[in-house]
Design a protein. Structure first.
Length: 347
């Protein structure tokens, strides 16, 4: 396929780009190179003949029109988004602008190109979203594709709005879309403001390992390479107009997750004395912190035959290995605005 991947220099987007290029797809990586983007994420495929990079903003309609005209894609995989909940608490405007207005602009550019090209039957607009649009679960139950939306943060509200726009463009204009909602991702190239890289890098630096509240918040953890594989499966074989929930089938509380990371680090990079778990510190909870997310992956498993390939313990070990082996990558990002600071406290 000829794919346009928006946000392809980011964490999940770059995993999609790397896998798609390796699989032989023709890939156009569109990224505005904002604070969380890094072209080093795609360095391994940068010289491939089936890879092109375009620096542009999804909010720029003229640039999006040029993009579609120049590349005539079989599909666009839309991952470009502001995604850090804590940053959305401190500055929601950027999330509204990028995630809602940007998605609208991209939808209109895609629709105009699709209509002008004679409505090619094989075209797909694949919108990648999050399980956070569904809100918070209690101790039981899982999110399905028909769970009512109940976003609790500016980030999740902006993603919920973008999901609704994509569905509306399908129902109103017939634009052929597929949607996916994923659980929490982790793995190589994870920008060092999210929980897992923060824990790894703080541990190595001898700093406190901050856990919000009492650490009881539960997430379903999805290894990013598994997620990229699922996304490429959906864009090729997913049913038009349908959404697919993608989960790792790996529920863990934040405290359990951090303790597992500490045990892995104790084995792979032991301290002179004691355990990295000695550095765990409980901090004031995030405002509106959702208690539990859990994905029911039945639809993608039964319709498309996809399941995750690694457990959370396997994936965390791979992730620690990657950070230990790639210090120049994360060192270069630690001076970017907000990295290493406690965000999301202005509320």
């Amino acid at each position: 396929m000829k794919l346009i991947v928006t946000g392809g220099a980011g964490f999940i987007g770059s995993a999609v780009v790397r896998q798609a290029v390796r699989a032989g797809h023709e890939v156009v990586n569109l990224d505005a190179l904002t604070y969380a983007a890094c072209l080093d994420n795609v360095a391994e495929v940068a010289d491939a003949p089936n890879y092109t990079f375009v620096e542009a903003d999804i909010r720029d309609r003229a640039a999006m029109d040029r993009l579609f005209a120049a590349h005539a894609p079989d599909a666009i995989m839309h991952l470009a988004a502001e995604s850090h909940v804590d940053r959305s608490i401190d500055g929601p405007g950027t999330f509204i602008d990028t995630n809602i207005t940007g998605t609208y602009t991209l939808l209109e550019a895609a629709r105009a190109w699709w209509v002008g090209a004679g409505r090619p039957e094989g075209f797909r607009f694949h919108h990648i979203s999050t399980d956070e649009v569904f809100g918070s679960l209690g101790q039981t139950g899982q999110f399905t594709e028909v769970t009512p939306y109940d976003p609790r943060s500016p980030y999740s509200a902006s993603k919920a709005a973008s999901d609704h726009l994509v569905r509306a463009w399908h129902e109103t204009y017939g634009l052929p879309v597929v949607l996916t909602n994923c659980s929490n991702n982790y793995g190589p190239y994870h920008f060092p403001e999210k929980l897992i890289p923060v824990i790894i890098l703080n541990a190595l630096a001898g700093k406190a390992l901050p856990i919000y509240g009492d650490g009881s918040n539960i997430r379903d953890w999805l290894y990013v390479e598994d997620h990229a594989d699922a996304l490429l499966t959906v864009v090729q074989r997913g049913q038009v107009g349908r959404s697919y929930n993608i989960g790792g089938e790996n529920e863990r509380s934040n405290l359990e997750l951090v303790k597992t990371l500490c045990a892995i680090l104790d084995e792979k990079r032991p301290k002179a004395s004691g355990s990295y778990a000695d550095q765990i510190t409980f901090v004031t909870d995030r405002p509106g912190h959702d208690a539990r997310y859990a994905i029911d992956p039945t639809r993608i498993r039964e319709e498309l035959g996809w399941r995750p390939s690694v457990t959370v313990e396997q994936g965390l070990a791979l992730t620690v290995d990657w950070y230990l082996a790639n210090e120049p990558w994360w060192r270069a990002l630690q001076d970017r605005k907000g990295v290493g600071e406690r965000l999301g406290v202005k509320a």
